[in-house]
Structures are given as structure tokens and as C-alpha cells.
Ligand binder design. Sequence first.
Ligand code: RNT
Ligand code: ZN
Length: 416
Amino acid sequence: MKTLKAYELAKELYASIGVDTDKVIERVKTIPVSMHCWQGDDVRGFENPDGDLTGGIQTTGNYPGRATTIDELRADFEKAISFIPGKKKMSLHAIYLDNQGKKVDRDEIEPKHFESWVDWAKKIGVGLDFNPTCFSHPMSSTGFTLSSADENVRQFWIEHCKRSRVIAEYFGRELGETSCTNYWIPDGFKDIPVDRYSYRARLVDSYDKIFAGQDKKLNLNAIESKVFGIGAESCTIGSLEMCLGYAVKNNLMLTLDTGHFHPTEVVSDKISSALCYLDDVMLHVSRPVRWDSDHVVIFDDELKYIAQEIIRGNFEKRVHIGLDFFDASINRIAAWVIGTRNMQKALVYAMLEPTEKLRQYELEGDYTSRLALLEEYKTYPFAAVWDYYCETENVPVRDEWLPEVKKYEHDVLLSR
Ligand code: RNT
Ligand code: ZN
């Protein structure tokens, strides 16, 4: 094994500060990362692949090779996960249904439209998460869905979300692994509204109808807050207070998307607050650059802080890690691989510290030692553990995956 020598040295060094690297590897393996299907095709889906992406979100770039069929998306995803260690899930959006060429509107979707996804998920051994798609549709063209003042529109989206929940429960039942369903709506005003309350009150009523009768063993529901969207700059109906309040009162999950806050706010500081009131939270790990730009997740400080919050508190069963980025300017398989591996790297990195010792210094008020050690640990040989983990999981070590992605691009993507 090419990574063994470095690993043994690292193992010894980490043992000297009380960290068992073998245990770290056993632990990280079990933490699922939910990879979003929509990185593979720029959030288009298969309901109406030629339609525009609306709802105040945007993909930019026109890198060749986007998946345009279900088979292509599955093949690309399988390629991507062959480079990624550990436990994976796939997060599907409703517009990725398998409608067998027949038009099936959002208020008509049923488990049968996702049967082929379930078969495939069983075959490749991944769990499935779900998302109703409340955008890119004529019924969302006014910018409002679950909070709409038009009862016809609102009922349409309630029906879509209810059916989405039922589909996710079917995933949970079929796959024997609890699904997580995330409800994000684009609803908001470009300019300053005069009546915020009525919109929010209607959203509460819609949520009540959607979540009545939910089965939490099969599926956990999460509502995702947001500070603004393109064209909805002045008021977002599903704000943080709105979603957190509803989730606390009704014991749902809150989804914290790292791109959905003011630029100096960070999700790493919100997880512990949310967990004081909620059983579970869901993450949409992304990378905002100046706005909710959904850049590919890199191994930056905020990612490490998020992982540390999860790992230090032993919250890996309560924090459901999902990814949410969509970059169409680079190879989309590489985007998945880079972002997912970085998330996992951050988890490994977080596990390689003697947390109890640091906690003790903090309690004693010895902030000098806390800072000194946190800084010194940054240059401990974390990469040797990560590399060894990849090799033992039979996935490429370091940048070895890149030529394979390039080969796939050449052989498969460029001929699409
Ligand atoms: C939008 C939300 C939402 C979407 C996906 C496609 O700002 O982050 O989660 O990105 O549902
Ligand atoms: Zn999101």
C-alpha cells in the first residue's frame, strides 16, 4: 500500500496527542453525505429539460457534457461516486422524475415515477433524499408558490409538496434508510411589500397541510430558509425566523444553506443554536461568493468549522449533511468529486483533534493554550490519514482521480 508508510508515522504522532486514527477512519465511513443530483445537469431535470431555471437561482457556464437523460445522469453519478469514499446518498428533485415520456405535472407525481430511481439506488447502494421542485414552472411564474394569494396556485403547490413527502416516505420504506426531504420555495418580493404577514400566514397554513400525517421513521422533513433571491431582494417569505420558528413549533428539521445568509453570518455558528431546539437539522453545504452563487465547496475555514461543530458535539446523527452547488463552468463530475471529497476531508480533519483536552483548556480559561494548540494541529499530518482512508476504501488517492475524469470527458461527455 502506497499510503501506509506515511499513515503509520501519522498514526504515531496523532496517538501522542490522544487521537486514534483507526477509529477516525471507522467513524467517518459511517457519516452519509447526500450528493445533490442537480450538479449533473445544471438543475434542469427531465420534466421539461429545455425550460428555464427560475426562482431566483442561477447556474452560469456552458461547459460541455451536461447530462441530458436519466441514463446519462446516473452514469455520471456512478462515475463520480467511484472516486468518493464512505457512505453516500443521492438527493433527488421532483423534476428528475422518470415519466416514461408522458407529461406528468407536479401535482400528479407519484412513487411510480421514481421506481426506476429506487431500483438504481438499491443496485448502487446509496440512500435517497428528496426535494419538491417549487420553481421552473408556469405556476410559479409570479414568484409565489406556497404563500401565494392565488388559492389555485397555492393549492397546486401544496399538492405537489404533499406528494413529494409521500414519495420520500416510499424511498425510506423501499431502501430501509430514512429519507430527508427539503422544502425550499422561492417566494419573495423584488420591492418592498406592504403586507408581509399575510404571505407568511399563508405559508404556515400550507406547511400545516403538507406535513399533516408525516411518517418520520421513513422520512424527515426540513424547511430551508433564505435571505434573498435574484428578483426577490426585498423580502423572502421563508426567512430564517419564519422557518426556524415553524420547525421548532412543529418539530421539523431546519435546513441551513451556507449561501442563504448575510455575507458575515456563518452556518457554523447556527448549528448549535438550532440543535438546542430541534432534534435534527439539515445542511446545504455550498459556497457563496459575494451572493448565493453556489460555487463548488472548497476546503476552506468555514467548511472546517462546520465539520468541527458536527464532530466535536457528536452530532453526526442529528445533522444531515447535504450538498447544494451547481457550477456549469467546469466538468460537472469533477465538481461533484471536489465538493464531496472536501466535505469528507473536513470531517476527517475535525476528528483528528483531542477535543476533550481543548475543551478543558477552554473551561479553565486558558485561551492561550487553546489557540496555540489549535494552530499547531493545523500542520499535523492530516493528509496522510485522508490518503490512507481513500486507499483502504479503494478510491483514488489525492489527484489520481483527475485523469480518469478527463478520460471520461473525452470518451463519453464530449460525444453527447
Ligand atoms: C435555493 C436553494 C435550494 C436549491 C435547490 C436546487 O436557493 O438553495 O436548495 O438550490 O433546491
Ligand atoms: Zn439549498
